[in-house]
Design a protein around this ligand. Structure first.
Ligand code: AMP
Length: 510
């Protein structure tokens, strides 16, 4: 199948060919004709599937087929708005838009925070057809009267799940309220949670649905492996792997900005070129790091989850989870940086005993156990005990829970990926048959019969879990005794929690 056979006009098909694309990816095959026909679209596609071209190509074509919109002073004002959760993704989408639209007479711009407003104001004043924006900066421009949104006829919400996760739901609603009612809406999301469906119900009109990967499935082309390791040997293991396997371009993930900086510094002392890549760096420092990394001048980019969104590097061979994310969806996004558009990649996770619960949550999400391999010389201590993970003011409990009476399944363990205040609504798997260092974190199945039902109230009126993991909620830590926060769960001795039922930390709504 060719791009032209999807109905794309010659200047766009030519630009695509100049990018070296010969065949449309599945999401492009499905989405392009529907968008060209003017439908609203709800698309489940994770990063790496070619989703950006899936919406930018038909968007360009629809705009190219119409007349520019002008304000009273004759200036061209935007007809299309693309919202993304992060600056990097906005920059990436805009880069693609520019490449695919190079033979068209359309003007686009990208606007995000962290850089001066004036160049963006100047660009708007020159006349713009398409704006790619992060929500906050767009609202800033609107509040200052810099942008006229009255002619927007196409709205794209890219990585909408991430926008919800990052708390942009109100900004999104405010922005949509500023747009004309008559418009075409496209919503792209890696996952189809209940909240995404609700958002779609509010924003989309009779949407066509397309889906290219099983929900929450990880890219098939990414080989995933877990290397069990003790927490204080991770750095040695990483250096060992980099040297032994001859990795030349590695994207490494940590949970925190501070952790990213520290690891990059330490890797520097180990003789590797490495830099941290996170939200505390200026936009220009981030762009420079990315350019150095792409050009091979920088071997290791140590990134946090949010900063890494939108990093698009062709044929990035290896992604390393130096620390597993406490939000399982982040794992899918992380490893989606490799194995992009047909090339293969490797996603390596260095997992210590503190993170076994996170691993279990991830395996449950991707619906597959992840292969494990012990690296000789780095065998983990079989008697190691999980310790809580401190992330700023939040204490996470990511370890597998083991009870005093090991092997008994009578007492539910705290669920994995557990913040200190997290509501216990999921029961734990039986502890029987678990290895001393139980890295074989099996996906959980049904609640074993005979187990008491958790008594925790549902997080929302509809009974569905809240979209924001409790540890990400602003109030997650409030109202909980510090003493309790600092105690690992197996040391908590609240009798009401020790029996057949657990009531959790109480409902801390949003
Ligand atoms: P995305 O999922 O939009 O982030 O795209 C992932 C990568 O696939 C980007 O590097 C694109 O340049 C590339 N890509 C998009 N469409 C195609 C295609 N039809 N053939 C080859 N590569 C593509």
């Amino acid at each position: 199948m060719s791009f032209q056979s999807l109905g794309l006009i010659e200047p766009i098909a030519r630009a695509v060919a100049e990018q070296g694309y010969t065949t449309p990816t599945p999401i492009q095959q499905q989405a392009i004709p529907l968008v060209l026909a003017g439908h609203d679209l709800l698309a489940a596609a994770q990063t790496g599937t070619g989703k950006t071209a899936g919406f930018t190509l038909p968007l360009l074509q629809r705009l190219a087929g119409g007349e520019p919109a002008r304000n009273a002073r004759g200036k061209t004002i935007p007809r299309a708005l693309i919202l993304t959760p992060t600056r990097e993704l906005a920059a990436q989408v805009h880069e693609n838009l520019t490449a695919y639209g190079r033979h068209l007479q359309l003007h686009s711009m990208v606007m995000y925070g962290g850089v001066g407003m004036q160049p963006q104001i100047n660009a708007l004043a020159r006349g713009i057809d398409i704006v790619v924006a992060t929500p906050g900066r767009l609202l800033d421009h609107h509040a200052q009267g810099n942008i006229d949104l009255s002619a927007v006829r196409m709205l794209v919400l890219d990585e909408a799940d991430r926008m919800l996760d990052m708390g942009f739901v109100h900004d999104m609603r405010r922005i949509v309220a500023l747009l004309p009612r008559q418009r075409q809406n496209l919503l792209f999301s890696a996952t189809f949670s209940e909240d995404i469906k609700r958002l779609a119900a509010d924003f989309l009109v009779n949407p066509q649905q397309v889906s290219v990967a099983r929900q929450n499935a990880t890219a098939d082309l990414v080989e995933q492996i877990v290397f069990p390791v003790d927490r204080d040997r991770k750095r040695d293991m990483l250096v060992h792997l980099i040297r032994e396997r001859g990795w030349e371009q590695i994207l490494v993930f940590t949970r925190t900005k501070h952790g990213a900086n520290r690891l990059a510094e330490q890797l520097g002392k180990d003789g590797l070129t490495a830099t941290g890549f996170h939200g505390n760096k200026t936009q220009s420092a981030r762009l420079r790091a990315l350019a150095d990394f792409k050009a091979g001048r920088l071997q290791v980019l140590v990134a946090t989850d949010i900063a890494a969104r939108g990093i698009d590097i062709d044929q990035l061979p290896v992604v390393v989870n130096y620390e597993l994310p406490n939000v399982p969806e982040d794992y899918v996004h992380r490893i989606g940086r490799t194995g992009r558009a047909g090339s293969t990649g490797q996603a390596v996770s260095l997992v210590c005993v503190d993170e076994l619960g996170f691993l279990r949550d991830i395996e449950k999400l991707v619906r597959n156990p992840i292969a494990q391999q012990i690296i000789p010389g780095f065998e983990p201590d079989p008697n190691a005990k999980a310790q809580p993970i401190v992330m700023g003011r939040t204490v996470l409990h990511g370890g597998e829970r083991r009870t005093a009476t090991s092997g008994s399944s009578s007492r539910p363990r705290r669920p994995a990926g557990h913040a200190a205040t997290r509501n216990d609504s999921r029961p734990a798997a039986p502890a029987a048959n678990r290895a001393p260092f139980p890295l074989s974190a099996k996906p959980q199945g049904q609640r074993p019969s005979g187990r008491a039902k958790p008594t925790a109230k549902p997080a929302t009126a509809s009974g569905k879990a809240s979209p924001l993991p409790p540890e990400r909620r602003a109030d997650a830590w409030q109202g909980t005794a510090w003493a309790e926060l600092d105690l690992p769960p197996h040391l908590r001795n609240n009798p009401s929690r020790n029996g057949q039922r657990r009531s959790g930390g109480g409902q801390r709504g949003r």
